[in-house]
Design a protein around this ligand. Structure first.
Ligand code: NDP
Length: 478
């Protein structure tokens, strides 16, 4: 199949006004650190330094929690729901107004293609604030009692794969329910959270309701263990999630965890093949596979295995890898050198364990962190690439013969976040969905998100739900 040559179509970055350095957003204002340091944040696509950011130390964490407590007691928890809703609506509209700037900033700092940040991440951020604004004055109808109250101050820690979207998943429900927050973005992607701090100022949000403290793992640990926090919400690796769960148990502190995944994307022989192949590509190559619910294990019914693999390879040849700000880019940069090393290590292991590796011919840029879209066939369930979360653009393909075998293989994982089923039979979809141990099961689609739909996992994928009516429970004292 001929490969189209596309002229460069870069989105201009002039819409982003980067400051040279950023302080911490505490009590409604940007402040210098009391006892922390500064670090540089880069573009993973070029390794260019974008800005200097503050690493919050213990007394900064303390200041942020104190500000959040004061705002909770004196202002936010006392406001009627309809007043809180006004602020959330205002934030949602400001996100929409600044959407192009936020999309460019997200792609610069994270490495994800602009068409994803522009068409998926940022619209979903606005949607989450609109959705939760709607709940703020209707909480008594959410099914959690006649006057459900807030919990208090939430400590929130988010990862680097969807920086602003994960912020929205955490902050929107917390604020709607009357809580205040201290949020720590990931070390490698702090810039859109800091832009969000400006949006809080623009929206005239009362000082201290949202506090953003940048830093690394140590800052996160100090936040989790601060005595002034009432609840911890975490999204990230299962390993850190377990540490946080232990700390919270020790301190009798509520917590919700959204952790890793190793989702099965299951294709039956009667599936609409063209759509299924698109779904497979979307499932694992969207956001470079840096997706906790990525369809990283493809289970194909044996009778259509050759057809699916041939179509998938044809499709992968057309994917364009490169400049995240180019509007034609499908696959952007890997977020960090550390993540790239992990993807390389696990992929090399896949080969060493006997699986067959294939990537389309594609040139990787000389600077920055890059990994080509990769498929492993001949994968056995015991292989590490079939068991561990690679968190990169790497697909492991397995086969099955019967629906029962598909269920058994899909559930053969310590995780349980998501799954996909591709078939034209509605009864088979329902049969599978009732047996798959996954928080979300997509039918004839993949990686679909909606603020009204709860998201969360089983087993080592964590507990608690985010989004929808169910997600409110995590921020209500019920
Ligand atoms: P982490 O779990 O380390 O990071 C998630 C967040 O937790 C970041 O803000 C991080 O800060 C913070 N953090 C790190 N250590 C602690 C701690 N001890 N106490 C409190 N907070 C802490 O993920 P990584 O970025 O290290 O990625 C490692 C692997 O995790 C990936 O390869 C991937 O497999 C998986 N992952 C899964 C995600 C998911 O959504 N399921 C998201 C991200 C990663 P900082 O960034 O500054 O270290």
């Amino acid at each position: 199949m001929p490969k189209f040559e596309y002229a460069p179509a870069p989105e201009s970055r002039s819409i982003v006004n980067l400051r040279e350095s950023y302080g911490l957003f505490i009590d409604g204002a940007f402040t210098d650190t009391a006892d922390g340091r500064v670090f540089k944040t880069i573009s993973p696509a070029t390794e260019e330094v974008l800005a200097e950011v503050t690493e919050a130390g213990p007394s900064d964490v303390d200041r942020a929690v104190t500000a959040a407590r004061k705002a909770y007691e004196q202002t936010w928890s006392r406001l009627p729901g309809k007043e809180r809703a006004k602020y959330l609506f205002r934030i949602a509209r400001l996100v929409q107004e600044r959407s192009r700037e936020l999309a460019v900033l997200e792609s610069l700092n994270n490495g994800k293609p602009i068409k994803e940040s522009r068409d998926v991440d940022i619209p979903l951020v606005a949607a989450h604030f609109f959705y939760h604004a709607g709940w703020a004055d209707k909480l008594e109808f959410a099914g959690y009692g006649s006057s459900p109250g807030p919990i208090g101050v939430a400590g929130q820690i988010i990862p680097w794969n969807f920086p602003l979207l994960m912020l929205a998943w955490k902050i929107a429900p917390a604020l709607a329910c009357g809580n205040t927050v201290v949020l720590k973005p990931a070390e490698t992607t702090p810039l859109t959270a800091l832009a969000f701090a400006e949006i809080c100022q623009q929206a005239d949000l009362p000082p201290g309701v949202v506090n953003i403290i940048t830093g690394a793992g140590e800052t996160g640990r100090a936040l989790v263990e601060h005595p002034g926090i009432d609840k911890v919400a975490f999204t990230g690796s299962t390993e850190v999630g377990k540490q946080i769960a232990r700390a919270c148990r020790r301190m009798h502190r509520r917590n919700t965890l959204e952790l890793g995944g190793k989702a099965a994307n299951i294709v039956f022989e009667d599936a609409p093949m063209d759509q299924a192949v698109e779904g497979i590509v979307n499932g694992i190559f969207f956001n470079q596979g840096h997706v906790c619910c990525a369809g990283s294990r493809l289970l194909v019914q044996e009778s259509v295995y050759d057809e699916v693999i041939a179509s998938l390879r044809r499709r992968l040849v057309t994917l364009r890898l490169g400049d995240p700000l180019d509007k034609n880019t499908d696959v952007g940069a890997i977020n960090s050198a550390a993540q790239l090393a992990k993807i390389r290590e696990l992929s090399d292991l896949g080969e060493a364990e006997g699986a067959e590796r294939w990537s389309p011919p594609c040139e990787l840029p000389a600077r920055g962190f890059w990994f080509p879209p990769t498929i492993f066939t001949g994968v056995a369930q015991a292989h590490r690439i079939a068991r561990e979360e690679i968190f990169g653009p790497v697909l492991s393909v397995l086969t099955f013969r019967t629906p029962a075998e598909a269920v058994e293989k899909a559930n053969n994982t310590p995780y349980g976040l998501s799954a996909g089923v591709w078939t034209e039979k509605g009864s088979l979809i329902l049969w599978m969905a009732s047996r798959l141990r996954a928080g979300v099961v997509w039918a004839n689609t993949f990686n679909r998100f909606d603020p009204a739909s709860p998201f969360g996992g089983y087993k080592e994928s964590g507990y608690g739900r985010e989004g929808g009516r169910h997600g409110l429970e995590a921020y209500l004292d019920v």
